[in-house]
Write a protein that binds this ligand. Structure first.
Ligand code: NAD
Ligand code: MG
Length: 391
């Protein structure tokens, strides 16, 4: 029996994880869960799964959940400190890091430092604190399972248990991307798209922030950096391949001319389940792939003129240090402003460019450097938005 701590329980990854826990009650138990403000959903989770501890983002949300669960023996807390506590508690076997954004960094790191098996969805934590994050993974001998679908696919396609094998026999990582809902839109059409259109992803149902990132290709940029840290490669070792059907979740191309791909219907339950039971596999109730129905798979190169965020991410990697934290922070602020209809869709990349160009870069010597860069870049992004300097 594996005890699961689920950080970001009320979100899209959270609900896929809970579905798997329900399907396999003999293998998994939800022991603790955290979320920000989604009171109603958390109350449902409390009644259905009866975990030992719940942590919410604020005192108000905590009180509201607790009041709705008077007969359950659950400890209710709030704030980041309590989230780090549940992520590192001794009775936890696995931590699913599924909080969205930089807000997930502290609790994800706490899980790593406590030596838990970590299922990483929260790509922003790895993007912003990359080297420190991976150093902690090595130091605490942590099993870090990428559950971002592409990275999970790459993990499955890479040689297993052969240290150094990546450099020896791998030619390239082929990171697939659906291209998002605006893949075939002109710049003019993208000028006036709404948050609702951006959140309507053609293949995946996801939270609002990652949906906008997918539409702007920033998600692929963050994933490029994520892959660099996870697999010890550089952006030049990775080719982004637009594959609109999202059936191939990524590929690895080897020196001998072999290309290994991982395929399946697009459903996050597959990579999450793999992370939960690796090296075993379990059933997920995801529809088997029907290749005759799919019939055709398409591939093309990304358009970096139309989607500059992808190039910005590679730039930030090569600049190094806190540049990745700055770019991520700018993007979080810009996406939030877009979702709140304060800026247009194409302004997101302009704000990201402006902040990356204008923010000083420091080496990532400690976590303070990362938090400092995040704060400065958020301030800068807000200044740019308020002054409309990007217009
Ligand atoms: P979501 O918006 O659906 O859910 C986010 C969760 O994080 C919610 O439970 C929310 O309450 C919680 N949260 C937000 N801010 C918080 C805070 N300050 N403190 C504590 N909890 C907080 O997002 P999602 O789509 O589930 O994505 C979660 C993460 O997984 C993101 O980093 C995303 O990039 C990554 N990811 C998601 C998918 C997907 O298919 N949804 C795929 C790959 C990677
Ligand atoms: Mg992904």
């Amino acid at each position: 029996m594996q005890n699961i701590c689920l950080l970001g329980a009320t979100g899209s990854i959270g609900s896929s994880t809970l579905d798997l826990i329900s399907q396999h009650p003999d293998r998994f138990r939800l022991i603790s869960a955290a979320a920000n403000e989604s009171v109603e959903r958390m109350v449902e989770i409390c009644h259905e799964f009866q975990p030992e501890r719940i942590v919410m983002g604020s005192e108000k949300a905590r009180d509201a959940v607790a009041q709705a669960c008077p007969n359950l023996s659950i400890q209710f807390d709030y704030d980041t400190t309590a989230m780090t506590e549940i992520a590192s508690e001794s009775n936890v076997d696995q931590v699913v890091a599924a909080i969205v954004g930089f807000a997930g960094l502290t609790s994800t790191l706490a899980a790593i430092r406590a030596g838990k098996r970590v299922l990483l969805a929260n790509k922003e934590s790895l993007v912003t604190a990359g080297k420190l994050f991976m150093d902690e993974v090595a130091k605490h001998d942590v099993t870090l399972m990428p559950i971002d679908s592409e990275h999970n696919a790459i993990y499955q396609c890479l040689p297993q248990n052969e240290s150094g094998a990546i450099k020896r026999s791998v030619d390239k990582i082929l990171l697939t991307a659906s291209g998002g809902p605006f893949r075939s839109f002109s710049n003019e059409q993208m000028l006036s798209v709404t948050p609702e259109q951006a959140c309507k992803h053609p293949n995946w149902s996801m939270g609002r922030k990652i949906s906008v990132d997918s539409a702007s290709m920033m998600n692929k940029g963050l994933e490029l950096i994520e892959a660099c840290w996870l697999f010890d490669v550089e952006p030049d070792d990775i080719e982004v391949v637009i594959h609109p059907q999202s059936i191939i979740h990524s590929m690895v191309s080897y020196d001998d001319g072999s290309v290994i791909a991982q395929m399946g219907n697009p459903d996050m339950k597959v990579p999450i389940a793999y992370g939960m039971t690796w090296p075993e596999r379990i059933t997920t109730q995801v529809e088997p792939l029907d290749l005759f129905e799919i019939a055709q798979l398409d591939f093309s190169k990304p358009d970096l003129e139309k989607f500059p965020n992808l190039r910005l991410a590679a730039d930030a990697w090569y600049i190094g240090g806190t540049a990745m934290a700055s770019l991520n922070a700018a993007n979080e602020v810009a996406v939030d402003a877009f979702l709140n209809k304060r800026i247009g869709f194409l302004d997101i990349a302009k704000i990201n460019t402006e902040v990356l160009e204008q923010t000083a870069v420091f080496p990532v010597t400690d976590l303070e450097a990362v938090f400092g860069a995040d704060k400065t870049a958020r301030q800068k992004a807000n200044d740019v938005i308020n002054s409309k300097a990007f217009l």
